[in-house]
Design a protein around this ligand. Structure first.
Ligand code: IMP
Length: 177
C-alpha cells in the first residue's frame, strides 16, 4: 500500500535503467549522423527524457510541448489543447516524440497530427510505458520500455493529482474509481 492505494507492481530503479539504455541503443543505431529533434511532452516526461538523452552520445536537439486534456481525474476526455508549442523549426528534420505513458492514445495521435503539419522528415514515437487497457486511437509506437495492463502508474516523473512524481521507481497502483 502507498497511502490508500494498493500496489499491483513495482518497477525498480535498476529495471528502469536497463530499459532506458535499451531504448537509447536503438535510437543511436537509427539516428547516428542524423541529429534528431527529441520533443518531450511536459510535465511527466522530464525525468525519463533527461535520463534518456544522457545515454545517447550523438548530436541531437531537445524541445518540449505541453498539452492539456479535459476529463475526469484519471482518464482523458478527448478534448485536447496545446498549451505550449514547439519552438525549434522541425521542417525537414527527423523528430522523435518522447512521452512518459500512452493510455487512450488521444494525446499522441493529436500531437502526431500537429507535428506532421510542419512537414518534418520523419516522426517516431518513444514512450516509457505502454498502457494497454484503454486504447481508443491506434498509435504506432516505435520505442517503448514497459507494458502495463491495468491500473494507474506513478513515480519517475508520473503523478496522480501531482502526487508521487518524485519517486525514483515506478508503482502500478490499483484505482477503484
Ligand atoms: P492518453 O491521451 O490517454 O494516451 O494519455 C496520455 C496522458 O495521460 C499522459 O501524458 C499522462 O499525462 C496521463 N496518464 C495516462 N495514464 C496515466 C497513468 O497511469 N499515470 C500517470 N499519468 C497518466
Amino acid at each position: 500500500m502507498i497511502g490508500q492505494y494498493k500496489i499491483l507492481k513495482k518497477i525498480t530503479e535498476e529495471e528502469i535503467r536497463q530499459q532506458v539504455k535499451k531504448i537509447a541503443r536503438d535510437i543511436i543505431k537509427e539516428y547516428q549522423n542524423r541529429e534528431p529533434i527529441l520533443i518531450g511532452i511536459l510535465n511527466g516526461v522530464f525525468i525519463f527524457l533527461s535520463d534518456l538523452v544522457r545515454e545517447i552520445p550523438i548530436p541531437l536537439k531537445i524541445d518540449f510541448v505541453r498539452l492539456a486534456s479535459y476529463g475526469s481525474k484519471n482518464v482523458s476526455s478527448g478534448e485536447i489543447k496545446l498549451t505550449k508549442d514547439i519552438e525549434l523549426p522541425i521542417e525537414g528534420n527527423p523528430v522523435i516524440i518522447v512521452e512518459d505513458i500512452i493510455d487512450t492514445g488521444l494525446t499522441l495521435s493529436y500531437l502526431v497530427r500537429h507535428i506532421k503539419e510542419r512537414e518534418p522528415e520523419s516522426v517516431k514515437i518513444c514512450v516509457l510505458i505502454n498502457k494497454l487497457e484503454r486504447r481508443e486511437k491506434e498509435v504506432m509506437i516505435d520505442y517503448w520500455g514497459f507494458e502495463i495492463k491495468k491500473g494507474f502508474v506513478v513515480g519517475y516523473g508520473l503523478d496522480y493529482n501531482e502526487k508521487f512524481r518524485y519517486l525514483p521507481y515506478i508503482l502500478n497502483l490499483e484505482m477503484k474509481d
